[in-house]
Write a protein that binds this ligand. Sequence first.
Ligand code: NAD
Length: 260
Amino acid sequence: MSDGKLRGKRAIVTGSNSGIGLGVAEAFAAAGIEVVLNSFTDRDEDHALAKDLSDRHGVPVRYIAADMSKADDCRALVEKAGGCDILVNNAGIQHVARIEEFPAGKWDAIIAINMSSAFHTTAAALPGMYDAGWGRVINVASAHGLTASPYKSAYVAAKHGVVGLTKVTALEAAGRGITANAICPGYVLTPLVESQIPDQMKTHDMDRETVIREVMLQRQPSKEFATVEQIGGTAIFLCSDAAAQITGTTISVDGGWTAL
Ligand code: NAD
């Protein structure tokens, strides 16, 4: 899928020590792209992830700790990386509660990590992309960037905001070799989602397959999870020449959720 021209480009993937971010990092490293992994922790195992990725794919991979809830950390991540050709804003958290019971601190954290971080990293990364005359900004939004569910006010607001930011980024960067798009996954089988299955099985007194189909994937018509490999492949496509005129838009990887 990669056209070989991606070899040697540098990508920053925020929130990439697990789940979708790590899947995108894996796809990038396999395509010969230098990768900067990130999360807010600074543990040996975070740096070991980078070494493993580097060893397996023969590309430079670094881990840079930075807290995406803090504007200065977001901008420092891009600076410490030495800029980037590809920026994937993926870091995200979730909290579920009715609006009238939603803790204000959780609202602020979700807006900061899931939305404002993308503004700060994009602002820091764009000047280098303008100089290079090439760049890709990929925001990992969600089906919840296009549609809503109850009890997810902050998440839905942040993801809709990310889709709006994606459009503005695309317009400002248009005609300069830079595209900005949002990937909107439905339910993706990440360790986080996997860990919820046993509890759901107990709560609903259902077997694994039934709980996945009837409860977790109730809104996903395919009744199958998307995979981190599929999100990685979508990111690679958005980086390819074939996608050079795709900008300011969303790509749903949601098994038909938003077609309903
Ligand atoms: P995950 O919990 O495995 O990954 C989230 C990543 O963000 C982790 O690496 C975590 O360390 C990092 N992170 C959290 N707070 C951070 C902070 N303050 N600073 C830096 N990094 C931080 O979950 P995931 O499912 O892989 O989610 C990744 C992205 O995909 C999120 O933006 C999420 O909203 C989005 N998404 C996930 C799904 C799904 O079903 N899994 C669906 C749609 C969208």
